[in-house]
Design a protein around this ligand. Structure first.
Ligand SMILES: [Zn+2]
Length: 146
């Protein structure tokens, strides 16, 4: 029971952090919708429950938080300096799971696209979304940087 309060405090803090701006996945969905794309949200039938599923293009899009998904080389990702064992286990677990899901999806013929939270900051949002649109349509290589 001792942990109950701290758990609640933690999720309260996290919801506050998340709600200070439009959620990254909402930014991506709104853009795609405005461009005429139709999609399913958080499809639990697919590995990793992709944020956006575009059946017509057999493409899924994951919108990843830089911290939770350990965006390599990103200034928004640093290993926490306290509780290091806990965070290392948690974050490496997420990295492993991401890898497995992407692999399963690819093997099933899905194109897997990842948009990082830092690529949706006001300064680079527009070019990211434009590039994403091209990747979905297959106009540019899916591995070309956003
Ligand atoms: Zn990042």
């Amino acid at each position: 029971m001792a942990d109950k309060h701290s758990k609640e405090t933690r999720s309260y803090n996290m919801s506050r952090i998340r709600s200070k701006d439009t959620k990254p996945e909402e930014i991506v969905r709104k853009y795609l919708f405005s461009k005429g794309f139709r999609y399913r949200k958080n499809d639990s039938r697919l590995p990793g429950k992709p944020d956006v599923v575009l059946p017509k293009y057999r493409t899924v899009v994951f919108i990843n938080g830089c911290f939770w998904h350990a965006h390599e080389g990103c200034r928004y990702f640093v290993w926490p300096q306290s509780n290091t064992a806990f965070w290392k286990a948690k974050i490496t677990g997420t990295i492993q799971r991401d890898k497995q899901c992407h692999q399963m999806l690819t093997e099933n013929g899905w194109k897997v696209l990842v948009v990082w939270e830092c690529e949706l900051k006001k300064t680079n949002r527009e070019s990211t979304l434009c590039q994403l649109e091209k990747q979905i349509k297959g106009l540019v290589d899916e591995n070309s940087p956003l």
